[in-house]
Design a protein around this ligand. Structure first.
Ligand SMILES: *Cc1c(COP(=O)(O)O)cnc(C)c1O
Length: 390
């Protein structure tokens, strides 16, 4: 890689850089990144020339190889400025035709609901197939919905619903969508890079993720994997100029890695370094093992501190875990003070996001090891013991 000398130099500064980090982010993006990923942003990077464009092309083709390992040549990658939602909105607004399209959205949390909101806002005909907040998306319900409504052309699913940490049954749902001959869009924002999947094997048409989740980069852009022949047919669809994914793709294809409008150069450099480190770790399978070990250490330590997970283990992703507030006994559980105490011990956790139960969430992704989870849960155990004595 052309920037190898810069990243090698930066690695020597790891210790100096980590001093600036008072806590671990156990939030599901932004998340804790390595010093060398942050270090890639410590200089000014030009955007106009061939060197930068070649880096963008290399990132695109490495992402395609990661997402569709069994047949990457059928797929292409588009990068899009903004947070992950911008890429979801760009995908929905570019994938659905202006006339005659209808989107079914499987919902079991806030991110599925957000796709419905996007369809509403863009004036796209849609139907939600809703499962509440604490149940997996059910392939049989989708099968029935598709049989009942032949006007549905596209189906959208959130792979890991980050609201609760639930992992939806991607393979089974892909099989139903494809049996009905519909276009399949997957929001794999919080799972891609941390949970193995093969778009080509599952025949997924579109898949969306972003720079600041399991690839372990910093926030600033999203990326969309799509079948070449599918995006080639989407030229007239976009409802937005800046979120026109077809136009962005065509520009990157025809001008060798050029973005339309200012690209987040520093974030792209950091992302390149993050991809190098994913490979050094052993790829997605190895990262999945580490995240799984993190999640197990977390769940075991939290159980010792008296916290039960919201979900049964068979639905639980290795990405983020929702815990119920403890039963109200002699001690009242106050999340704000719990959060503040853990933050002062070096751990930032995440509030809950569902109405069905009082929960908070702890992420297990990022530059985080099982030992960090043990240290965290020991801090939780101490904190709960002190609260009990008070
Ligand atoms: C993080 C995330 C998004 C995008 O959220 P942004 O805040 O826009 O980055 C979308 N879907 C899921 C499932 C996510 O976890």
């Amino acid at each position: 890689m052309s920037q190898q000398p810069a990243s090698a130099a930066v690695r020597q500064d790891d210790a100096a850089l980590s001093v600036q980090n008072p806590y671990l982010l156990l939030t599901p993006g932004p998340l804790s990144t390595t010093a060398s990923v942050k270090g890639a942003m410590l200089r000014d990077w030009c955007t106009w020339d061939k060197e930068y464009n070649a880096l963008v092309q290399s990132i695109r083709s490495r992402l395609t190889a990661l997402a569709a390992p069994s047949d990457p040549s059928r797929y292409t990658t588009v990068l899009m400025q903004g947070s992950g939602t911008f890429s979801v909105e760009a995908t929905i607004g570019t994938a659905l035709p202006r006339q005659g399209g209808k989107l079914a959205v499987l919902t079991n949390g806030a991110y599925g609901d957000r796709i419905v909101q996007i369809a509403e806002r863009l004036g796209i005909d849609h139907a939600a197939v809703a499962f509440g907040e604490v149940a997996q998306a059910d392939p049989r319900a989708l099968d029935a919905a598709l049989s009942a409504d032949p006007s549905i052309t596209h189906v959208a699913l959130v792979h890991c619903e980050t609201t609760t940490g639930i992992l939806n049954p991607l393979e089974e749902i892909a099989a139903v969508v494809k049996r009905h001959g519909r276009v399949f869009i997957v929001d794999a924002m919080s799972s891609f890079g941390g949970v193995p999947l093969d778009m080509a094997a599952l025949d997924i048409d579109w898949l969306i993720s972003s720079s600041n989740k399991c690839i372990q980069g910093v926030p600033g852009f999203g990326f969309v994997l799509v079948k070449r022949d599918v995006i080639e047919a989407c030229g007239d669809n976009a409802r937005s100029l800046s979120l026109d994914l077809y136009d962005q793709w065509l520009t990157m294809e025809q001008q060798g890695g050029k973005w339309r409008y200012t690209s987040p150069t520093h974030v792209v450099r950091a992302f390149d370094q993050a991809l190098i480190e994913l490979e050094e770790e052993g790829g997605i399978e190895a990262r999945h093992r580490r995240y799984t070990d993190n999640q197990r250490a977390l769940a075991a330590g939290m159980a010792q501190a008296g916290f039960a997970p919201l979900l049964p283990a068979s639905w639980q992703s290795p990405i983020i875990t929702a815990f119920r507030y403890p039963e109200q006994g002699e001690v009242e559980f106050d999340f704000a003070s719990f959060y503040g105490d853990l933050k002062s011990e070096g751990f930032v956790i995440y509030p809950g996001k569902i109405s069905a139960a009082d929960t908070f969430r702890i992420g297990s992704i990022g530059d985080v090891q099982p030992g960090d989870m043990v240290r965290l849960t020991e801090a939780v155990q101490r904190r709960m013991a002190e609260a009990g004595r008070a």
